[in-house]
Write a protein that binds this ligand. Structure first.
Ligand code: ZN
Length: 335
């Protein structure tokens, strides 16, 4: 069974590793959770590849504080480098990796990469960079990571906590939501705070997508969606990609690799109950977070599908969660 995964940070990993790392990704050097040969072994047919600008936490960072904002110039430089890296990877892959620009590109052999921006810091408020990145293949965007920027406010990671922290969108954020609507770029609400979530829901008529989040009632992390948010995702025919990070799965919020895969199935079942099984998918966070030890890396995807099947999902529901629901929601958004 083929899989579409809603979130990985492999571009950040390969970018940070420097020269030679791209060749290692293509030939399969076993680094991180994801390289091309292991993706093929795991049945990965499509994935959102995040462009993300890291920022060191401030010296006085305490658990629960917001991460510091990233200056636009730095974010643009790093964002362009990661977007360029994906172009080079695709070109050097001999057809095994392609950048998906339309729904039809999600079908067929090989791995379809959706270029995603996790945090809009590389974009200035005039939105010129959005136009250029869209022309380069950008098809999915999250307004924020877990910090404030010119557009919106993300949630911090402090556990336990509510996603209802901080103000809603700025005027520039509302303009960016409208521009994504015009360009038909998918809007991702993972990392966005709750006020921002409801404003996006009101401003945009596209499906509501949370690419890598879980259910707050099962794990009270601010990164997870409340039941009201999950119902809204279902009402808008959107999608929640269940995150594999133990800290967003476990009731105790622990970053503990010894975490059973059945927790992913429990989050998927709760999301399916409130949003509908056709609005649930996967959003691993490969190369961006600790993975459950029984999964290991991308080659563990078949074991996860077995766990979902054992948890009671039918074959039709499972095909949707593994691939079809992501395909539907992206096709509807992109037109
Ligand atoms: Zn993330």
């Amino acid at each position: 069974m083929k899989v579409f995964d809603g979130h990985n940070d492999v571009l950040s990993r390969v970018f940070a590793a420097g020269p030679g790392a791209m060749e290692g990704f293509l030939s399969g050097d076993g680094e991180g959770h994801l390289d091309l040969p292991r993706a093929e072994l795991g049945g990965l047919a499509g994935a959102c590849f995040a462009v993300f600008t890291a920022a060191p936490p401030p010296a006085d960072y305490e658990d629960g504080a917001y991460f510091v904002p990233v200056p636009h110039r730095e974010a643009l430089r790093e964002g362009l480098a990661q977007a360029a890296l994906l172009q080079r990877m695709a070109r050097a892959s001999g057809g095994r990796l392609r950048i998906a620009r339309a729904a039809a590109d999600l079908d067929g052999d090989g791995l379809a990469a959706v270029l995603h921006l996790e945090g809009a810091e590389p974009i200035s408020t005039g939105l010129d960079e959005l136009e250029v990145l869209h022309a380069a293949g950008l098809r999915s965007l999250g307004l924020v990571w877990s910090r404030r920027n010119a557009f919106a406010t993300g949630v911090p990671f402090a556990f336990p906590g509510t996603p209802d922290q901080g103000p809603g969108l700025t005027d520039a954020g509302r303009a960016l939501v409208r521009a994504c609507g015009e360009l038909r770029i998918a809007l991702d609400v993972s990392h966005l705070n709750e006020r921002g979530f409801w404003e996006v829901a009101e401003l945009s008529d596209a499906p509501l997508i949370a690419s890598h989040s879980g259910a707050h009632v099962l794990c009270p992390s601010p990164r997870n969606l409340t039941d009201d948010q999950l119902r809204a995702v279902g009402e808008r025919r959107g999608l929640v990609g269940i995150n594999f990070f133990p800290g967003f799965l476990r009731a105790d919020g622990a970053d503990e690799a010894e975490t059973p895969l059945v927790l992913i199935a429990e989050h998927a079942a709760h999301a399916a109950q409130l949003a509908g099984p056709e609005c649930v998918g996967l959003g691993s966070d490969f190369d961006g977070a600790t993975m459950p030890a029984p999964l290991g890396d991308v080659t563990g995807l078949p074991a996860l599908l077995d766990t979902l099947r054992s948890a009671g999902f039918t074959d039709v529901q499972l095909e949707g969660i593994a691939f079809g629901n992501w395909r539907r929601v992206l096709a509807e958004t992109w037109g």
